[in-house]
Design a protein around this ligand. Structure first.
Ligand SMILES: Nc1ncnc2c1ncn2[C@@H]1O[C@H](COP(=O)(O)OP(=O)(O)OP(=O)(O)O)[C@@H](O)[C@H]1O
Ligand SMILES: [Mg+2]
Length: 953
């Protein structure tokens, strides 16, 4: 910062505000010293420092000094008789460091260590707390000592059971892995050792924002702390930290690897009590937020071991902490960090009894969906204001221009207008989902990856060094894990009974969306309805992010619409609702983000709103082949969580993390409250799917020649057949399933896979089983007796496909419904308004669509000559395969029923798109995309049907 380059008083004031000082303080300082940032900072800080010394005997004036720095003060309050602590304010003193007298005198002598492992002498840095100024013996009464330290620094806290266990492991010089739910208080496990010993605790943390947040909280609790890394603007902080000025030093993994030597010197001088590795799931390739540099932290075990550093009596213990680690991730952590065999695993329940999980279906892609999905939220927040009063969107002036242009550039797409709100989507495989990602002409280039999606957070992502986010007063009397503060086993049932009676209170909401653009669109939409909402993503100006963070903490903002950038480190007690709008990439990420809700122990909602009719795709990121495989696995687990309708959601989640769920039901989630859908006997459908799969997989034990009986079928299945092809074959072979939907069969395939009847036959990565092969068990299933059933709860996508689930006891009944004129009429009626609605949206979109379509590889039927191959099957009557320029563009099945000829129209990908009702009718064409082609096909049918001798050979 160069003070000379800034001339106007206004600039200096705004610079000071940006640094975290209050407006009035800044204005006053500038008035007194003139327009120089350096002098103003000097004035404010030295003034405060002088005051703080004076206040050591006067608590009232101490308060005044804190006020003097304003609400945003980062100065740690001084207690009587206590020496001045270095505070986070010093991070801002770079401008005046040359002028100021260095006040910290660090004694460079090595702290003596007693023979007794529980007896640790404190060092004598001036920056130390007075608690540690004398030799402190940590004997059996350490708990008592810790509790009094807690009272002093954190208020009415007493150690939780898992915190005690972690501290006991550290006191015994053991490495320790702490697995505890989000918001349970893991930070205290590594903060206490610093207070207890006077040595330094080094905390490795993945995000600058997280480190920054924690330093501020510690400063408020009277504990000196700093953070090091590329986000730290003051280079002197690193030097001071390595000399032992701060009790807790937060470092990003990249920096700790660079500072091994200085850290060894620090260990020799003031001493290092502990290396804490926070959010340690980042170590693991199997985790959801892998950071390669975390893996290199294994050097800590080697470089800070007693065998390597002769002055150490014991190796410096490692404490690794996370809220989201599966069993596989835990094993990987222990191995990757070279933690000792004796590592103590402190495991608490991942269950958060006050979180109410639910999953809802929505296309999530357009304002039409927003209307449906956010009206409750709008009602909730908008009614707090005066009717008609529009609330201001939190958007900095300089950014509002680009905000508008972003929205204009991405104004609602034509697809959005034609999207079927009920999710009757025909985009149903990963290939298509990927197409969707690049549909707007975007290649999966690195620029695209980095600009569009906040998939990977770098430690440099956010320079927050000058911001301050004041946390709420720490209190937390609640018990998030069902473990009381005293560590006693709680009565979970009582607590749950109480929660069941509660309604969700007023409080802020976080909406997580997959892309940056979505944050802007949805925030703007909500603001339009009077909700005080703000967008938050790593691409927005830092000033805006700081403002959002601060106003969210102060309850000024009601809804933050964010990417994952607003994740770790958000420790706000009263967040009442976390909405995931779109598929998360893993259950780990989902649970971590959902864990921001209800930290006060009161009821909170965690709602996943996703398009259940579409298989989620992996967000683009730089991954190795192995990471891609793992990412698919995690996405697949997440997809299955959303599809599940039979098992308590909380149970699914905690079991995912390897915990045995004690209670079977949480009683709060949508599955527990609504109950699972009725069990159906799916024997007939499973049977036919199994037969087709077995036949096409050339099973020797199953050899039903009827599936291979014609050359064209064999030709179509020359490649490896996928589920879509199997379903099309079922439609072809069985009139009963002719009008059935791939979406439903996808659900059935998953059920059959989970029961071990089929397995994935493709070695590529898939979220959903795509190329099913029969297992031994599956082949045995084909030999089942007629009366044996195959009962299962339908999955969410099956219900979406059936729509009116309650009318039909089984899928076959739903399929048969199409043959019933009355039911068919009703179904068509239901679809009519949407077609009209789309037409009413105007021709503009249609024209655009037409243009876009010609860019793709759809054959142009006006110029190309089509080919129709006709064949006759006993089951389906006349089958016309229509192709053009070598591509199959559709299939028409014509058969004679009682009321005359009937037809079913399938598009080129064997999706059911229409039914022809009567001879003169051109058929219902629902898919505009294939409209032109099918119109031509329908004309052909018309000719075929009216000339009986032509078709049926
Ligand atoms: N023993 C305790 N008694 C009461 N409150 C506590 C106790 N320990 C910690 N807390 C409070 O719990 C809250 C969450 O703590 P912390 O940020 O350490 O959680 P965490 O487990 O690290 O969560 P996350 O996994 O989200 O990082 C803080 O506000 C903290 O003050
Ligand atoms: Mg934490």
């Amino acid at each position: 910062m160069n003070g000379n380059s800034i001339s106007s008083e206004e600039d200096v004031v705004s610079k000071l505000i940006e640094m975290g000082f209050e407006n009035s303080i800044a204005v006053e300082a500038v008035k007194l010293v003139g327009p120089s940032v350096d002098d103003a900072v000097e004035h404010i800080l030295n003034g405060c420092r002088r005051n703080s010394h004076r206040t050591t005997s006067n608590s009232t004036s101490s308060e005044n000094n804190v006020k003097a720095l304003g609400k945003r003060t980062m100065y740690s309050s001084c207690v009587s008789g206590q020496k001045r602590q270095s505070s986070i304010l010093e991070h801002f003193q770079s401008t005046s460091r040359n002028k100021r007298r260095e006040t910290e005198v660090v004694e460079q002598s090595k702290p003596p260590i007693s023979d007794d492992s529980y007896c640790i002498k404190t060092a004598t840095s001036e920056a130390f707390l007075d608690d540690c100024s004398d030799e402190m013996v940590i004997g059996p009464g350490w708990e008592h000592k810790v509790n009094s330290l807690l009272q002093k620094h954190f208020g009415n806290f007493s150690l939780k059971k898992f915190q005690k266990e972690a501290l006991a492991a550290w006191l015994a010089n053991e490495d320790c892995l702490v697995l505890a739910a989000t918001g349970s208080g893991k930070s205290l496990c590594f903060q206490i050792p610093a207070l207890l010993t006077g040595k330094v605790v080094v905390v490795i943390s993945p995000l600058i924002s997280l480190m920054h947040d924690q330093c501020l909280k510690l400063a408020k609790h009277g504990v000196s702390a700093c953070f090091l890394g590329s986000g730290q603007p003051d280079s002197s902080v690193e030097t001071k930290a390595m000399r032992g000025v701060y009790s807790i030093v937060y470092i990003c993994p990249e920096t700790v690897l660079r500072l091994i030597k200085p850290l060894q010197t620090l260990a020799e001088n003031r001493g290092i009590a502990l290396f804490a590795i926070d959010e340690v799931h980042c170590v693991s390739k199997w985790g959801h937020d892998f950071r390669p540099d975390y893996r290199r932290l294994s050097v800590l075990r080697e470089k800070f071991s007693a065998s390597n550093l002769k002055f150490l009596k014991f190796s410096i213990p490692l404490m690794a902490l996370t809220a989201t680690a599966t069993i596989q991730v835990r094993e990987d952590i222990l191995k990757s960090l070279s933690m000792t065999k004796e590592t103590k695993i402190v495991l608490t329940s991942f269950f958060r009894p006050n979180l109410r999980f639910s999953v809802k279906h929505s296309r999530t892609s357009s304002p039409l969906s927003y209307e449906k999905d956010f009206h409750e939220l709008i009602d909730l927040y908008a009614r707090k204001g005066k009717p008609g009063e529009k609330k201001q969107m939190i958007f900095p002036q300089e950014f509002s221009g680009s905000f508008v242009s972003i929205l204009e550039a991405d104004s609602i797409s034509d697809n959005d207008l034609t999207d079927d709100e009920d999710g009757y989507s025909d985009r149903d495989d990963e290939t298509n989902s990927t197409e969707h990602n690049s549909a707007k002409g975007k290649q999966m280039s690195i620029e695209y990856l980095e600009n569009e999606v906040d998939v990977f957070q770098s430690v440099d992502d956010w320079d927050v060094a000058c911001g301050e986010f004041s946390a709420e007063a720490p209190h937390v009397d609640c018990d998030l894990n069902g473990v009381s503060e005293s560590g006693d086993t709680p009565n979970r049932v009582d607590k749950r009974d109480q929660l069941l009676k509660e309604n969700v209170e007023q409080g802020p909401t976080i909406i997580y969306v997959p892309t940056r653009k979505d944050t802007l669109k949805i925030a703007k939409y909500l603001c339009g309805y009077g909700v005080k909402a703000a967008a938050y993503n790593a691409g927005l100006p830092k000033k805006h992010l700081r403002q959002v963070h601060m106003e969210f903490q102060e309850n000024t903002i009601e809804v933050v619409v964010a990417t994952i950038a607003f994740g770790m480190g958000i420790d706000k007690l009263n967040v009442r609702r976390i909405i995931h709008y779109g598929w998360p990439q893993s259950l780990e990420a989902y649970y971590q983000e959902a864990g921001r809700a209800g930290r006060d122990g009161k009821l909170a909602d965690c709602i996943l709103i996703a398009n259940l009719s579409r298989i989620p795709s992996l967000l683009p990121s730089k991954r190795t082949a192995e990471q891609t495989r793992q990412a698919y696995k995690m996405l697949s687990d997440c997809f299955r969580y959303g599809m599940n309708l039979s098992c308590c959601r909380a149970k699914k989640l905690v079991e995912y993390f390897g915990e045995k769920f004690a209670d079977e039901k949480c009683l709060l989630c949508d599955v527990c409250v609504n109950g699972p859908p009725e069990v159906q006997d799916l024997r007939e459908e499973a049977d036919i799917l199994m037969q087709v799969i077995a036949a096409y997989n050339g099973s020797r034990t199953f050899d039903d020649a009827s599936y291979f009986d014609d050359a064209s079928t064999q030709q179509r299945f020359r490649g490896k057949p996928d589920l879509r092809m199997f379903v099309s074959e079922i439609r072809l072979q069985s009139q009963k399933f002719m009008a059935t939907d791939l979406l439903w069969w996808r659900g059935l395939a998953r059920i059959m896979e989970s029961k071990g009847l089929i397995r994935e036959g493709d070695d590529k990565n898939h979220v959903q089983i795509t190329m099913p092969e029969p297992t031994e068990l599956g082949l045995e299933f084909l030999q089942y007796k007629e009366d044996q059933t195959f009962c299962a709860h339908p999955e969410a996508d099956m219900l979406v496909s059936m729509r009116k689930t309650e009318s039909y006891s089984s899928f076959s009944d739903w399929g048969k419904g199409w043959a019933d004129p009355e039911i068919r009429h009703q179904r068509l009626e239901r679809m009519q308004p949407k077609t009209k609605q789309r037409k009413a949206k105007g021709l503009r979109g249609s024209r655009k669509r037409g243009k876009r379509k010609s860019n793709k590889h759809t054959p142009d039927m006006t110029t190309a000559r089509g080919r129709i191959a006709a064949k006759f099957t006993k089951a389906n009557g006349l089958v016309l395969d229509v192709s053009s320029m070598g591509c199959t563009v559709g299939r028409v099945l014509i058969w004679v029923a009682e009321g005359g000829p009937k037809a079913t129209i399938l598009d080129g990908r064997q999706r059911f798109v229409g039914v022809r009702l009567h001879g003169g009718d051109l058929g219902m064409i629902w898919s505009f995309k294939f409209g032109v082609i099918l119109l031509l096909v329908a004309r052909l049918i018309f000719i075929v049907v009216r000339t009986p001798c032509v078709g049926i050979r």
